[in-house]
Write a protein that binds this ligand. Structure first.
Ligand code: BG6
Length: 496
């Protein structure tokens, strides 16, 4: 199937935040650019009591809000001709018989079978119900297996609540769909800057030879947000930072940073390497969680809308882990993520070892302490890569100072559009390319790691307490202590 063939995208949870902020603007872009047919059928499914016209209005507002002046009314009038809303409860069989009639109507309209894409963008507790109903109603069978028109299912993270529930969900999916029909979404894999990590590492001969324990002292990954849970209190309170972004986005970034070179740049080879390195993460045992993991909650979180007033859900996590591979043995990886922190930034930084310029007390340069190369990979915002080098300060004497070599997307690619992560992922799912989607064994490996931490928080709560932090800071001071006890500190390129 080509990416511009006709299809129907059925989105469960279509009145939610994700549809507004990401999915509808991404679909609009793809249609505008001709990557997806202007005649695509879009069906929103939700519990809200609204009409199809109201849904169309809602979607128009979402696109306008996101794209402003790019909004083209003529194009939009065409798109909404094939846009529908089906209201109902996800557990109600009638919803699925209505959907069946609607989708069969599309087939009749064009006198052919329209391939079906089911996108689960609801809170995760509804996944099982929806999947079971898709199965029972035979909606999942669509145009039939074994053809290029087979049905596909796209599932948002978090995929499960822990290892057991993730495996259970996977089993259910496996009874309904084949692996090639399942697209587990982690939008970080769709980010241009995360994809570029692979080309940066493997297409430039100068980095790979030093990308290992011999040259690298440690690695840091920060995913910080300056906003709180906003209108997503109900979703977030049942999830928390570990499940929301660490088990998925952060471990995918870690895997892309730490994996070995794939044999080929195809979906299976890349996913094989990602899973190999994720499996090699040394689990932090529940009894050690207090030592290697810090969890925090921002002040006022329990007063947020739809959040339990006694909630112990974490909004901040910092942790230290290591990998059991010849390349990375004993190299610490420090991860931190949270809401209501000082600023919005996602950055991976590779901290090289200091060069051997001292023999005992005798040093070649007077300031050996500052001499550390850092490679900062800015995922978002200010996308780019910065290499921090040491240079001689102009003038008499040998004074050293850190300087930057800077690659910024905005300077190097002024004409090329940067597709949104969701555009890329939707297009790949439509085209049947699974490279940027998590495979079942990857999910298993990341949950094995995250589940031990969740267990530790339960069974060793005293040793791993939830610490309140002030909004607009970098989280609990214990996060700095985690670094300090290893003689290191958190790093962000802007603040260096
Ligand atoms: C989502 C999380 O997956 O990622 C959100 O559910 C978070 O809580 C978001 O805000 C961050 O994504 P980005 O692309 O804005 O860094």
């Amino acid at each position: 199937m080509t990416s511009s063939s006709l299809l129907v995208m059925v989105i469960f949870g279509a009145t939610g935040d994700l549809m507004h902020r990401k999915l509808m603007p991404a679909l609009y872009h793809l249609i505008r650019d001709g990557a997806v047919s202007r005649d695509i059928y879009i069906v929103g499914v939700g519990r809200r009591e609204i009409t199809t016209d109201q849904f169309r209005e809602m979607m128009a507002a979402a696109v306008r809000e996101s794209l402003g002046s790019e909004f083209d009314l003529t194009l939009w009038s065409h798109i909404i001709e094939h846009m529908h809303y089906s209201k109902g409860k996800f557990e109600d069989a009638a919803l699925y018989s209505d959907l069946t009639k609607l989708l069969e109507g599309f087939d009749t309209e064009i006198q052919a079978c329209v391939p079906r894409f089911f996108y689960l963008a609801t809170p995760p507790q509804h996944y099982e119900t929806i999947l079971n109903h898709l199965h029972k109603s035979k909606l999942s069978e669509g145009c039939g297996q074994g053809t290029s028109l087979y049905t596909r299912v796209l599932i948002e993270k978090p995929f499960g609540k822990d290892l057991t529930t993730a495996q259970h969900l996977d089993q259910l999916l496996g009874t309904i769909f084949e692996e090639r029909q399942i697209y587990r979404i982690d939008h970080y894999l769709g980010k241009e800057t995360v994809q570029n990590l692979l080309s940066f590492r493997f297409a430039n001969g100068i980095f790979e030879p030093t990308w290992n324990r011999k040259f690298i002292d440690h690695v840091q990954i920060t995913l910080a947000e300056d906003i709180g849970v906003g209108t997503r209190g109900e979703f977030y309170d049942g999830v928390g930072t570990l499940r929301d972004v660490v088990q998925n986005h952060m471990l995918e970034m870690l895997a892309t940073t730490a994996m070995d070179q794939p044999r080929a740049f195809d979906a299976e080879s890349i996913r094989d390497q990602r899973v190999k390195v994720t499996r090699a993460i040394n689990c932090i045992e529940p009894k050690d969680v207090g030592r290697y993991v810090v969890r925090g909650q921002y002040e006022g979180y329990t007063k947020e809308k739809n959040v339990d007033s006694h909630s112990t859900t974490e909004t901040f996590v910092a942790l230290r882990l290591t990998l059991d591979t010849p390349r990375w043995r004993d190299v610490p990886f420090y991860l931190r993520a949270g809401k209501h922190l000082s600023k919005k930034t996602t950055e991976i930084s590779i901290h090289y070892k200091k060069p051997a310029v001292c023999i005992g007390d005798v040093c070649l340069f007077p300031e050996p302490d500052v001499m550390r190369n850092v490679l900062a990979i800015r995922i978002d915002p200010k996308e780019g890569i910065i290499l921090r080098l040491m240079a001689k300060k102009p003038g008499f004497g040998m004074k050293l100072t850190p300087v930057q070599m800077n690659f910024a997307y905005k300077d190097s690619f002024t004409k090329e559009p940067q597709p949104m992560a969701y555009e890329r992922l939707l297009l790949d799912a439509i085209g049947g390319d699974q490279t940027l989607f998590s495979r079942t064994d990857e999910i298993d490996a990341s949950w094995s790691f995250a589940t031990k931490i969740l267990e530790g928080w339960k069974t060793h709560a005293k040793k791993a307490p939830l610490i309140t932090y002030t909004k607009g800071t970098w989280g609990p001071s214990e996060s700095n202590e985690l670094m300090k006890k290893d003689g290191r500190h958190w790093y962000l390129e802007d603040d260096a």
